[in-house]
Design a protein around this ligand. Structure first.
Ligand code: NAD
Length: 255
């Protein structure tokens, strides 16, 4: 029986690369994204290459839409085996003093509340036959360097790792594995989700290491390099791995 995966933020970057990788491995993929047109393009590419995919236009921070989406996937393909909880934004970069509550909430809701909602509502579909959940956190959940203005983002990403550990323990009884990936700088469209305020520019210090590079190579990682790791965590090759946050950053976090 073919496996079924739900990928949030599947219309771009890491989510899109993972959708294509999963489809190549014979996994059916449902792409959830706010930007439906981009996700449709990814779907068309997958289908052209012989894979199976469909798109749902869902804001993953909206509980009602999340519940509907999961039920739609179940109706379409009968079961859900893999959840790649990946949608996210950088959001507003602002000093803590200047940060508006709405700015804070938008980032926390999009990145963290959505993670809770997606995992919570996937459990009923996975608990009988087990499954794998992978959450996209970030190296920025665990460091401060070059993170000026990212208090909401970093908090959401650290929160995702804490939540992943609790979920891994709680869901082990159902043979649902839960892991996180922590990418460093990856070449995607994430900058389009960034609104950098003046307050941040004032407190920024010069970065001596070339921005977007890492000790392995002087360039950002690719979404495909991240997709390889997500596929490993989704597959039976990682059957004894749960509760882990895996860095995919070329050692950028060690700088
Ligand atoms: P991206 O902008 O290319 O893709 C993110 C996708 O999420 C977009 O298609 C966007 O429309 C979608 N999305 C945003 N808000 C949504 C919502 N409320 N509901 C549904 N979909 C929504 O960026 P990416 O880099 O591929 O980001 C994927 C994940 O990787 C994010 O969680 C991000 O925080 C994380 N990450 C990225 C980097 C990086 O350098 N690119 C580094 C570390 C972590």
């Amino acid at each position: 029986m073919k496996k079924v995966a739900i990928i949030t933020g599947g219309g771009s970057g890491i989510g899109a690369a993972t959708a294509k990788r999963f489809a190549k491995e014979g996994i059916r993929v449902c792409l959830l994204d706010l930007k439906e047109e981009r996700a449709e393009n990814v779907k068309e590419e997958i289908v052209r290459d012989g894979g199976e995919a469909f798109v749902l236009d869902v804001d993953v921070s909206d509980e009602e839409r999340v519940v509907e989406a999961l039920e739609t996937v179940k109706q379409e393909w009968g079961h859900i085996d893999i959840l790649f909880n990946n949608a996210g934004i950088n959001g507003t970069l602002n000093s803590i003093e200047e940060m508006k509550v709405e700015e804070w909430d938008k980032t926390i809701h999009t990145n963290l509340r959505s993670t809770f909602l997606m995992v919570k509502h996937s459990i009923p579909y996975m608990k009988e036959s087990g499954g794998s959940i992978i959450i996209t956190s970030s190296i920025n959940g665990n460091r401060t360097f070059s993170n000026f203005g990212m208090s909401a983002y970093s908090t959401s990403k650290a929160g995702q790792v804490a939540f992943m550990k609790m979920a891994a323990l709680e869901l082990a009884q159902y043979r649902i594995r839960v892991n996180a990936i922590c990418p460093g700088a990856i070449e995607t469209n994430i900058d389009q989700s960034t609104d950098k305020k003046e307050s941040v520019k004032e407190i920024e210090i010069p970065i001596t290491y070339p921005e977007g590079s890492h000790p392995l190579e002087h360039k950002s990682g690719s979404p495909e390099q991240v997709a390889d790791v997500v596929y490993f965590l989704a597959s039976d090759a990682s059957s004894h791995v749960t509760g882990t946050a895996m860095y995919v950053d070329g050692a950028e976090s060690l700088l």
